[in-house]
Design a protein around this ligand. Structure first.
Ligand code: NI
Length: 395
């Protein structure tokens, strides 16, 4: 047992502790992909039902919401979100509760996130917040589509704030990141089609070659981050696919490429979009090519605001001591669809240490990834206490 467990021993009864461990192992053993979380939703519905919440409902296809009663029906409602979906990865952890679903795995710790939400529901049932707390189990985070669907369901219409977190094995169990500022990047997808005119490979002057244009465009796209974006902020332009041509002696009529755009600030994100279009149009023009640029908006960046972070930090300090608070210490260019909630509601997103004593740093989305069991109690307690503090502060 790590020291974090003993720190929180007075927060969870032995029976709740056992129940949460059992739930986590159950979810981890039976992972399901985005919007296919039928068994997961049924399991979470059943566990939450035992707490007899004010409202318990299925939402957003494979999501679940439970409304835990507060002390005062007129006090502000806050929400705690846990995402529940898994990834198409073959598990290689060797855990005794490893996935039994071939090719599907909780490689991002959403089994623990879902357990946090249920654990927070337990704690908030025992010691209610000022207002009701919505426990939101969200499907399909990995595809970036679940949060929007929860928002569309109306389940959060009377919420005044929302809180969520992610496990992180770069931090030990008992450590928590609750930083003001960027915590996750925007993640947008682009595709560009260049249209020229086909010809014999021996007579290029008779056609308009999209392949040379594409080669030039791939290089020109690199100037966006290198020359257009302030070096003081982070941005990424990555070309991930290129497609053109059918034979060595044929100049094709079209060429296409696709990639991802990442930024940690909304202004930088907008600039990436503008510059991508400008570079594509001008490069195409220089090659006498037609061009079509399509940018698919994915998740916005998460930029944690000051006041909700102060609530979370107070929660962490009171539960685990000031020394538990650690800075992120890097820039996270990954996307997280919790950002969609933060476009509508105040709140913040935390990272919860998930490395057991003596354990290794294992990146998420790796076949060997898992979060240490004890991280269950840290996340659940921190989210519940943050919800209590927020509900009181918003009155
Ligand atoms: Ni994740």
């Amino acid at each position: 047992m790590s020291s974090a467990t003993s720190i929180l021993e007075d927060v969870f009864s032995t029976s709740v502790r056992q129940e949460l461990l059992e739930l986590r192992h159950n979810l981890h053993r039976h992972p399901e992909l985005a919007f296919q979380e039928e068994r997961t939703a049924r399991t979470l519905h059943e566990y939450l039902g035992r707490l007899e919440p004010k409202v318990l409902a299925r939402i957003a296809d494979t999501g679940v919401v439970a409304r835990i009663k507060g002390r005062d029906p007129d006090a502000p409602v806050v929400a705690v979100r846990g995402d529940i979906d898994a990834l198409p990865i073959q598990e290689d952890t060797g855990l005794d509760f490893a996935s039994v679903n071939s090719g599907v795995m909780h490689a991002c710790g959403h089994d623990v996130h879902a357990t946090w939400a249920v654990g927070a529901a337990h704690l908030l049932s025992q010691q209610p917040a000022a207002g009701d707390v919505l426990i939101v189990l969200q499907p399909a985070e990995e595809t970036g589509r679940g949060a929007s669907k929860i928002l569309e369901s109306g389940a959060l219409d009377d919420a005044s704030a929302i809180f969520g977190a992610h496990v992180d094995r770069r931090f030990a169990v008992g450590e928590v990141v609750a930083d003001v500022g960027p915590l996750a990047a925007s993640a947008d997808t682009f595709s560009i089609e260049l249209v020229g005119s086909g010809a014999h490979g021996a007579r290029p002057q008779e056609g308009i070659d999209p392949i040379v244009g594409m080669a030039s465009l791939i290089t020109e796209l690199q100037i966006i981050v290198a020359r257009r974006i302030d070096p003081g902020t982070a941005a990424v332009v990555t070309v991930g696919t290129v497609q053109a041509g059918t034979a060595p002696n044929v100049i094709p009529g079209t060429a296409s490429l696709s990639g991802t755009l990442r930024a940690i600030e909304p202004e930088t994100r907008a600039k990436l979009h503008d510059e991508l279009r400008a570079v594509a149009e001008h490069t195409a023009a220089a090659h006498h090519l037609e061009v079509a640029v399509d940018i698919e908006h994915g998740t916005p960046p998460i930029v944690n605001p000051e006041e909700p972070v102060a609530w979370a930090r107070r929660a962490v300090s009171s539960l685990l001591g000031d020394e538990a608070l650690k800075p992120l210490g890097t820039v996270n260019m990954g996307g997280e669809d919790f950002a969609f909630y933060m476009e509508k509601l105040p709140g913040c997103f935390l990272r919860i240490g998930a490395r057991e004593q003596g354990g290794k740093v294992i990146p998420g989305h790796n076949p060997k990834f898992y979060a240490a069991d004890e991280s269950i109690f840290v996340g659940a307690a921190v989210l519940a206490e943050t919800a209590r503090i927020a509900s009181e502060a918003l009155r």
